[in-house]
Design a protein around this ligand. Structure first.
Ligand code: ADP
Ligand code: ZN
Ligand code: ZN
Length: 741
């Protein structure tokens, strides 16, 4: 069978638009594979250009005689781009997306942004020589010359802006001085550095026995050429970060570079500072707040060997290091490691592939490992380490569970249980701080009629509206706003009320129950602006409020030594999410929330309020017993054949026309059912949110113990839909989805 190669010409960053197809000559048949760098004739003049193979296929796009031929394979050291292409090919294959989408993901910077230039004036003459030239200038009444030269007697180098600005020296004067050899106008490109931290360097701490054991094994494995994935399980404060730092230090000594993945929300000033203190300016960050120019420059610095460490959320994986030695993934259980855009890759699996490709080690860390990671560790696929104690001496706070049903039965109708209220009063009187956490995801505070049950919904999305201060009802998906209602639009009853309490309502109640209390609220509404997240946290840390009230955002990052009470207002809300990860997510959130209390020298306490005090996620979180939680959760996954025991492929079909979406989902379900024995097909069904922004959503789930069976079925579906030439529908694949559709 003749093979053809789809080739991207020159990744010059401006255009990764599309691959071109070439014929593979007989001598090269069977020798080309994706990621290889080749020479091909291109354009009218058939000039030889460098290109990258993205796919080898037996399907010709044109007749053979119209196709140009691959000239040859370029050998020698593969440039960094070839790695990126191989990674994109793997992502496309694993997660299902177009090649272009995959390429755009691994090559995040599409334009080369002009480097910033900094100019300066350097004196080449000695002081004495300059003094002589100055004298001459004064005699000749050359004012500008004289001004510049008298400054240069004191300073060897002056910034260009100062010279042309404040000293008012013209460019022609500079040229003539330069021609005379007195000065030199120098310019250098400098990289935009997103981090402006001036800090003294600090050496690492002496590691504890447990920490040292991890460091020792990972580095000696590395030196022996053994590459593995390691999982460090340790509660917050058990010294994981200190281990990462010592591993990175070891890698830098070996002249290797490191990628540190941290969920964006946890990428705090405190964390960064720790890395800078240790490694100085050979550390940089990559995250969504950087400008295109800043991002580009960080990639250039990495390429040129000017960086040892990059820190950032999942996209930091694609920073092109020539000699990657280590990838660290902190808080590996975090949902934000899964991309929401196509290709819907998971940073853990992608890091694993990248590490293998580059010969790097991978270290995962978490206080509450994902079921995936812990399962693999138990199976022996990952090497598991446990850090068992807090190194700063602080004890885990005792946690009590309060049954909200009982509160209600005994006449307490407020959001705060009697126990929580009592403890809050105590803390307020002692001027200690409190964190209140509302476990709620997605939308909250939906408005319904107590008489007829009518729910206020967005006309464009299949979700309910939330009540906001200022008399508005808002859709959190599309931004639709409408005036609040006083009467039920369906039956006219005045009892149309918010059902679940949102953070705003709780804030109001705090003022009501605790007069004079100072509250900082943190949720999607108060953190819309850049920096507002950091501002709220630092205000709280400076003691500007008694209570920090918020959604899951507040349970991450930052240590507050003065917080001695954490209250979880409704722990089970996230259990109602009705997807297979809700138990895991609840356990993680509660464990993290409880861990916020008593981080300083004063002992702390946590209260979990719930309607389901017997649920194992809540019980085990209160006991802070991960191992016991895992045993119960994995049993549930085994019974349902859910990941990590089995695998799942979600296929989301969307269209502006409901019947079309539904029809195509039906066809896809048929294809899936006919294709493979080993697959269980569920659906088609209307997605959990059946409509967003007037686009209808249907979903088909395929489950299988065999991951490859799912890949095969996806290929089959892709083939069939590509022949349908869809105009009105889109199809998205999501392998092992994190959320329900
Ligand atoms: P984690 O990343 O698991 O939350 P950290 O590495 O941040 O843990 O450590 C928690 C605290 O313990 C930090 O204040 C850190 O300075 C301190 N610490 C870590 N390792 C040691 C050590 N070997 N000796 C003394 N203190 C340590
Ligand atoms: Zn009504
Ligand atoms: Zn909407």
């Amino acid at each position: 069978m003749t093979e053809y190669a789809n080739i991207i010409i020159d990744i010059s960053h401006e255009k990764v638009d599309r691959p071109f197809q070439y014929k593979i000559p007989d001598v090269l048949q069977g020798k080309l594979e994706a990621g290889m760098c080749v020479q091909v004739p291109f354009g009218q003049g058939n000039r030889l250009r460098q290109g990258y193979v993205v796919e080898v296929t037996d399907k010709a796009q044109f007749p053979d005689e119209k196709m140009k031929q691959v000239e040859g394979i370029l050998t020698g050291s593969l440039p960094v781009e070839a790695d990126a292409i191989r990674l994109a090919v793997w992502m496309r294959q694993t997660y299902g997306s177009t090649m272009i989408a995959a390429l755009r993901t691994v090559l995040p910077v599409k334009q080369s942004v002009k480097a910033k230039e900094k100019k300066k004036i350097r004196r080449l003459f000695t002081r004495e020589e300059t003094t002589a030239v100055l004298g001459e200038a004064i005699r000749k009444h050359q004012g500008a010359r004289a001004r510049l030269l008298s400054e240069l007697i004191h300073e060897e180098i002056l910034p260009y802006e100062l010279v042309v600005g404040k000293l008012n020296v013209s460019a022609s004067t500079l040229r003539s001085l330069e021609a005379q050899g007195v000065i030199k106008v120098e310019s250098e490109n400098y990289y935009r550095n997103p981090v402006k931290l001036e800090t003294a360097r600090e050496a690492g701490l002496t590691l504890s026995k447990e920490q040292e054991a991890v460091r020792e094994e990972v580095l000696s494995d590395y030196d022996k050429g053994i590459r593995k994935t390691y999982l460090i399980h340790g509660i917050t404060g058990s010294g994981k970060t200190e281990v990462y730092l010592s591993l990175i230090e070891g890698m830098i000594k070996r002249k290797k570079q490191c990628i540190v993945l941290i969920p964006e929300i946890a990428l705090t000033y405190q964390t960064l500072l720790r890395f800078y203190k240790r490694f100085g300016d050979r550390v940089s960050v990559m995250n969504s707040t950087l400008s295109a120019g800043e991002k580009y420059d960080q990639c250039q610095r990495a390429r040129n060997g000017d960086l040892d460490v990059i820190i950032g959320p999942r996209s930091a994986l694609f920073v092109p290091f020539p000699d990657l030695g280590l990838i660290v993934m902190d808080e590996e259980h975090e949902g934000s490691y899964k991309s929401e855009a196509m290709p819907k890759y998971h940073a853990r699996e992608t890091a694993q592939y990248l590490a293998k490709m580059k010969g790097a080690s991978l270290v995962l860390g978490s206080a509450t490992p994902s079921l995936e990671a812990y399962y693999r560790a138990k199976e022996g696929r990952y090497r598991l380490f446990t850090l068992s104690s807090r190194l700063t001496g602080g004890k885990l706070a005792p946690v009590s569970v309060v049954d909200l049903r009982k509160e209600l039965r005994e006449g307490n109708r407020s959001i705060f249980s009697r126990k929580l209220k009592e403890l809050m009063e105590d803390r307020l009187s002692r001027k200690e701080q409190i964190m209140l956490f509302l476990n709620r995801r997605g939308y909250a505070g939906f408005i319904s009629c107590r008489s007829c049950g009518h729910v206020m919904k967005c006309p464009h999305c299949d979700v309910s509206l939330s009540r906001h201060a200022g008399g508005k009802l808002v859709c959190h998906y599309c931004g639709y706003e409408t005036r609040d209602v006083e009467k039920c639009p369906s039956c006219g009853s005045p009892y149309i009320l918010g059902f679940k309490a949102g953070t705003q309502q709780i804030e109001q109640q705090l003022y009501q129950y605790f007069p004079g209390i100072r509250v900082l609220r943190m949720d999607g509404d108060t953190t819309r602006q850049k920096d507002s997240y950091e501002k709220i946290l630092s205000a709280f840390s400076e003691g500007e409020a008694d209570v920090l009230l918020g959604t899951q955002m507040i349970v991450k990052g930052h240590d507050f030594p003065n917080v001695t009470l954490v209250g979880v207002l409704a722990a089970d809300l996230s259990l109602n999410d009705s997807d297979y990860r809700s138990g895991e997510r609840t356990f993680q959130l509660l464990t993290q929330a409880a861990g916020r209390a008593g981080r300083g020298s004063k002992p702390g306490e946590a209260v979990i309020q719930t309607y389901r005090p017997d649920h194992y996620s809540i019980v085990r979180a209160a006991q802070q017993d991960y191992a016991a939680f895992y045993e119960e959760e994995i049993l549930y996954r085994e019974i349902g054949a859910y990941p990590p025991v089995g695998h799942m492929l979600a296929i989301l079909v969307t269209s502006g026309i409901e019947q079309r979406a539904q029809g195509l989902a039906g066809k896809i379900s048929q294809i899936a059912k006919s294709g493979e024995q080993k697959i269980q097909v569920i659906g088609p069904a209307k997605a959990f949110i059946g409509k967003i922004n007037d686009i209808y959503r249907f979903v088909v789930y395929c489950k299988s113990g065999d991951e490859n069976a799912l890949t095969r079925i996806r290929d089959l579906i892709e083939k069939s839909i590509s022949s349908m030439e869809l105009k009105y529908e889109t199809v998205q694949f999501d392998f092992d989805p994190m959320d329900r559709y």
